[in-house]
Design a protein around this ligand. Structure first.
Ligand code: PEP
Ligand code: MG
Length: 916
């Protein structure tokens, strides 16, 4: 039997099903599934993704069996529909759509109304007795074919689509607003003008043979897998480039046959808030792309969603269809056990479902849907946890506008217009009118708001680079809304009041003009657009948790957040600690759920108030005695810091690192600053200069830093140990439990740690005796140079805990200076030498390989060795997953990343549980 490349669906039965996404693509697999569920889907067939792979591996050729299989499927389709492809009296028309395994909304190509030509259009006209409709389909087809298959596109970024340009002229000539107001004669003329345009620009004649059209469209869909916007989308969303797309060929149903027809898109739950309500938009007498492309602003699907009493919802205009659609929504939501994004068409009072897929949603919605579905008994807690992308969690913590500043902006008449609130949050930036400018401005450090009539998939890089996106047209399901939401961008769409002039780089609202470069503030939660900059403030969750300015009972978002993170805590094995140097930072981290401090960088405390004077005095001292005198000044200040932290932590572990950075970081380098300091410190400027010079190192990151400082100047370690232990004793005497963990940085040899441990232990013994208090302290080390990892068995003889300093470990394993990586890293990423920045996301093979060695060797010596990570990777989800897999005890990250780490740790635990 020949290999099966074509899968048929129709008449309540399909060859495929939802599990076959890799072969049939998401769209094909879900259409098959809906067919099998008895949901009305226009019949058709799917050409598998294997063909796409074959096509690219064989010089854009197909396997010989494909032609026969497509023709057989087409015959079957003709029989089912009682029509014939290319028949002038009773033509079968089809749509040709892409559909990859991972959804890539709008990135690849689609051709509708295929099969029309100068003959079949007459058949369609006779059959429907509607000349206008027939030519409307034909002109759409010629334009789509010209664009997608023949590649006739705007030449310049500021130019309009050439086909749109012609139709716009026509609308102007007729003085009408919408295409639907153009009479049949105009549409007929359009077809001819489009054909002439194609001939003039592409030097080809628009094909009249339907089979030629079909193969042209199939080739274009496969070709679109590698168009620049699809490549960019895959890059941004980490979708592998070798999976390929399927092609779906489906009998056309028409939403543009008259007033009893329509088309729409919907979500089985609200994609912005997550509320369990049917949410969607529709247009009467229109074809699908009209809704998504934002050419006409669609109407709300139901009464609940109406904001303008003058609009009519589908629930009102077609109540029976709406009820049917409601039933489909519930069936799909429950069957797929997740919120679905659906497309439908109504042809002459009959509902057809065209597509269902997992709906993109905001971080807010993601949370709410996951939590609600557990409450509704649809999914388990584990599933809910796996559904929320840890990065989306950040959206819940995103800033909002300061309400008072916003009120003032309204009073000052800064409110420019109002659109639809497609992507929540607050964004301020300078206006640009096209995506390449957005990218360029962002590259030079500007914050930008991208303003477009509507966005198209070409714009995604620019959207990514922007703080917020504003469009004049389109609805909540327009491209801008969909993609913006997925990117977590603040997004306002369908702001009809804007009149945008791309060529003049400006827009108007009434008599107000906003020019490129002007400041604009978008409230994506309300849809308001303001001129000028409005200051932002913390999100609702932060207002409850951190600022305590909002009542938790009043915030549903906060309650969902707490519930889901509570489940995360129940199932994670990794502890989540924080990197914090100040009591207020510690409080924030605790409010976010931190269970310990994994790193206090004591040097940060040296910059507080006038402490830097004592630090400099210590550095400039000529002998031990001089250094000790200066350190004695620092001691009480450090002690107070530690006491503050111990009090807040109430017995939770507090890891304090001894001094790490090279000493030159504490001295000025510019002549005028040296001069100033010399005057302040009453030292001779030449002496100060000489000291600065003597501390100069060719490569300070690999120089006199870390434990090397404490070894050369043991009095520094001794002072810090004394401050820690005295603080611990004093706080313990206050009745608060303490758990100090003293951490020695940059250890590569066990002797280094032995040396520093002795200093700490001697001081600790003396302090505890003096206070008459026993403190359960530990001494451990950072593992952040390769030798430390490779000799972890020896180091564990002395260390009671390890903490991976993956910032330095990445630096030393790659042999790349942390400070200089920025010079070439972007080129590396552009050239895809590396897939990601290893300082952001842990290199699991190289750096991670060493970590695994260190864990094994360390625990071979000391089975109960506590091991954590305090490099920046401790808050990055894929790195957290790795830390779980190699058996670390905890991850430590900055306070604001604690919630993300809690969720990522839970997901890691679920993933490994599911693997067993
Ligand atoms: C590290 O190196 O990963 C670390 C946490 O220490 P620092 O960034 O302070 O060098
Ligand atoms: Mg380090």
């Amino acid at each position: 039997m020949a290999h099966k490349y074509v899968y048929f669906f129709g008449g309540g039965k399909a060859d495929g099903n939802a599990q076959m996404k890799n072969l049939l693509g998401g769209k094909g697999a879900n259409i098959a599934e809906m067919t099998n569920l008895g949901i009305p889907v226009p019949p058709g067939f799917t050409i598998t993704t294997e063909i796409c792979t074959y096509y690219y591996q064989n010089n854009q050729q197909y396997p010989p069996e494909l032609k026969g299989q497509v023709e057989d499927a087409l015959r079957r389709l003709e029989e089912m529909m009682g029509r014939k492809f290319g028949d002038p009296d009773n033509p079968l028309l089809v749509s040709v759509r892409s559909g990859a395994a991972s959804s890539m909304p709008g990135m690849m190509d689609t051709v509708l109304n295929l099969g029309l030509n100068d003959q079949t259009v007459l058949g369609l006209m006779k059959e429907t007795r509607d000349e206008r409709f027939a030519y409307d389909c034909y002109r759409r087809f010629v334009a789509m074919y010209g664009d997608v298959v023949l590649g006739l596109k705007p030449v310049h970024k500021d130019e309009m689509d050439p086909f749109d340009q012609i139709i716009e002229e026509m609308r102007k000539r007729r003085k009408v607003e919408f295409d639907s107001e153009l009479p049949a004669s105009d549409l007929k003329e359009l077809v001819e003008r489009y054909k002439t345009l194609i001939r003039a620009h592409k030097d080809v004649v628009f094909p009249q043979d339907p089979m030629e059209q079909l193969w042209g469209a199939i080739g274009a869909v496969f070709g679109s897998w590698n168009n620049p916007r699809a490549i960019a989308y895959r890059e941004l969303n980490n979708i592998p480039s070798d999976m390929g797309t399927a092609v779906n060929i489906q009998a056309m149903v028409f939403g543009n046959m008259g007033e009893d027809c329509g088309t729409g898109v919907g979500f089985t739950r609200n994609p912005a808030t997550g509320e369990n309500v049917f949410y969607g938009e529709y247009l009467i007498n229109a074809q699908g792309e009209d809704v998504v492309a934002g050419i006409r602003t669609p109407q709300p699907i139901n009464k609940a969603q109406k904001t303008d009493p003058n609009t009519l919802s589908l629930e009102e205009t077609m109540p029976e269809i709406y009820q049917q659609l409601e039933r489909v929504r519930t069936t799909l939501d429950r069957h797929y056990r997740d919120m679905q994004d659906i497309e439908f068409t109504i042809q002459k009072g009959k509902l057809w479902m065209l597509q269902t897929r997992t709906g993109k949603r905001t971080g807010f919605a993601s949370f709410k849907i996951a939590v609600d579905m557990v409450r509704e008994g649809i999914i388990s807690k584990d599933e809910a946890l796996m559904r929320v992308d840890p990065d989306q969690l950040n959206q819940l913590l995103r800033p909002i506008f300061d309400p008072r500043a916003k009120e003032e902006a309204v009073r000052n008449k800064a409110l420019l217009a109002k659109g639809l609130n497609a992507g929540p949050g607050a964004a301020t930036g300078r206006v640009v009118f096209n995506a390449p400018d957005a990218e360029e401005w962002a590259k030079r450090g500007e914050k930008v708001i991208l303003v477009r009539l509507e966005t198209s998939p070409e714009d995604i890089r620019g959207m990514h680079a922007s703080q917020g996106i504003l469009t004049a047209r389109g609805g909540m399901t327009s491209h801008a809304a969909l993609v913006g939401r997925q990117m977590g961008k603040v997004c306002v769409v369908g702001c009809n009041a804007l009149e945008i002039e791309y060529r003049n780089h400006r827009m108007m609202v009434g008599d107000r003009i906003v020019r490129e470069g002007d400041w604009l503030s978008l409230d994506g939660t309300t849809g308001e657009v303001f001129v000028g900059q409005i200051p932002t403030q913390p999100s609702e969750v932060l207002s409850v948790i951190i600022d305590k300015k909002m009542d938790s009972a009043k915030s549903q978002v906060y309650q969902d957040y707490m519930e889901l993170l509570g489940w995360a805590d129940e199932c994670r094995r990794l502890g989540v600690w924080t990197n914090a140097d100040q009591p207020n930072q510690v409080e924030v981290a605790l409010a976010f759920g931190a269970e310990g401090i994994g790193l206090t960088r004591t040097e940060h405390m040296f910059f507080e108030g006038n402490r830097i004077d004592a630090v400099r005095e210590m550095i400039l001292a000529d002998d031990v005695e001089g250094r000790k005198r200066a350190l004695a000044k620092l001691l009480p200040m450090q002690k107070e810091d530690f006491k503050g932290i111990f009090r807040v932590m109430k017995g939770k572990p507090v890891t304090i690192r001894t001094l790490d950075p090279p000493l030159h970081e504490f001295l000025p380098h510019e002549d005028k600053d040296i001069q100033k300091l010399a005057t302040e410190m009453l030292v001779h400027v030449e002496r100060l200069k000489a000291k600065v010079e003597s501390l100069h190192e060719a490569n300070p990151m690999l120089g006199h830093r870390g434990c090397r400082l404490g070894i050369v100047y043991p009095e520094i370690t001794a002072m810090q140990a004394q401050a820690i232990m005295e603080a611990a004793c004093e706080v313990k005497k206050e009745g608060v439990d303490v758990q100090p963990e003293i951490m020695i940085p940059l250890v590569g040899h066990v002797s280094e740690l032995k040396n520093q441990r002795k200093v700490v232990d001697d001081v600790a013994r003396e302090v505890m005796e003096r206070y008459g208090v026993s403190v359960n302290y530990r001494v451990g080390t950072m593992i952040e140079v390769p030798r430390g990892a490779l000799t972890a068995d020896e180091i564990a003889e002395v260390a009671e805990f390890f903490s991976f300093g993956t910032n330095d470990l990445t630096q030393t394993v790659f042999g790349i200076s942390r400070d200089d990586a920025g010079k070439f890293l972007p080129d590396y990423l552009d050239a895809r030498i590396w897939e990601y920045d290893p300082f952001e996301k842990l290199d699991q093979v190289g750096v991670g390989g060493l970590m695994e060695i260190a864990v094994k060797k360390g625990r071979a010596t000391r089975p109960d060795l506590k091991i954590g990570i305090c490099g920046e990777h401790g808050g990055e989800p894929s790195s957290v997953d790795f830390c779980h897999r190699i058996g670390l005890d905890y991850v430590s990250c900055s306070p604001y990343r604690v919630p993300v780490a809690r969720l990522a740790a839970a997901q890691a635990a679920i993933r490994s549980k599911n693997k067993c």
